[in-house]
Design a protein around this ligand. Structure first.
Ligand code: URA
Length: 233
């Protein structure tokens, strides 16, 4: 691993520690575990889903239920494994009863998502479903109209290709849409092989590197085994 990648990975572990004890919104009171995200800390491809469900809340890992199984199959179909990509959500914590994320929760959690994007430096972000797509593209157009069409956005300090896709749970509900999902994944594979977008020039060379979250240290260190969620080492 390059020095740069290993410094970014270390910083990601720090953000993970901070997130593990987050109490910035009321979801902290009802969650079992924070679901920070998992995968390759230096991935070219990052997925952003909606929010943890019951299985994810119990295990502290994203997409481990039925939708996750389907995501694994779709990845395998384009020659990728979970360990090759990073998987995150718009929210770190499960909304009670799997209700929709609320605007205040999305806003409160957004710095964690931007920190992950800035530290992992993905070339492509695949947004899964309406909530992730609307949040990342900052546009209210629904997934039915935008899926399968690449966009380019600057998020925090990074310019990335954004590729909206239906949420795997939507395909579980409507299996007849699977061929369309396979076609979107094939287009995603092709997008990964294209050169990355040009990055914005730093405005102020003296500014501290890396994303800044709240300054408070974590109240308690997470169990060491949870740190294994970041591959790419
Ligand atoms: N659905 C999501 O959007 N995220 C998960 O982590 C699991 C299911």
């Amino acid at each position: 691993m390059s020095d740069d990648a290993s410094a970014r990975r270390e910083r990601l572990v720090e953000v993970y520690r901070e997130a593990s004890t987050c109490t910035l919104c009321p979801l902290a009171e009802t969650r079992t575990k924070v679901v920070f995200g998992a995968g390759n800390a230096d991935a070219d491809l990052m997925f952003v889903g909606e929010a943890p469900g019951a299985d994810e809340d119990r295990q502290g890992l994203p997409f481990v239920g039925r939708a996750g199984q389907l995501l694994n199959d779709l990845l395998a179909g384009i020659g990728l494994r979970r360990e090759d990509v990073f998987i995150a959500n718009t929210l770190l914590c499960r909304p009670p009863g799997n209700r929709d994320p609320q605007p205040i929760e999305l806003e409160t959690c957004r710095p964690y998502l931007h920190a992950k994007i800035e530290l992992i430096e993905p070339k492509v972000i695949a947004t899964l479903g309406n909530f992730a797509t609307k949040l990342i593209t900052n546009n209210q157009t629904g997934i039915t109209r935008v899926h399968g069409k690449p966009q380019t956005h600057t998020l925090g300090e990074r310019t990335v290709r954004v590729f909206p896709i239906f949420h795997p749970a939507a395909i579980l509900r409507n299996p007849n849409q699977r061929p369309m999902m396979d076609a979107d994944f094939a287009a995603l594979r092709a997008l990964l092989d294209e050169p990355p977008p040009p990055q914005p020039q730093p405005q102020d060379a003296g500014a501290p590197a890396g994303p800044v979250l709240s300054g408070s240290p974590p109240a308690a260190a997470p169990a060491e085994d949870q740190l294994d969620i970041f591959g790419g080492g």
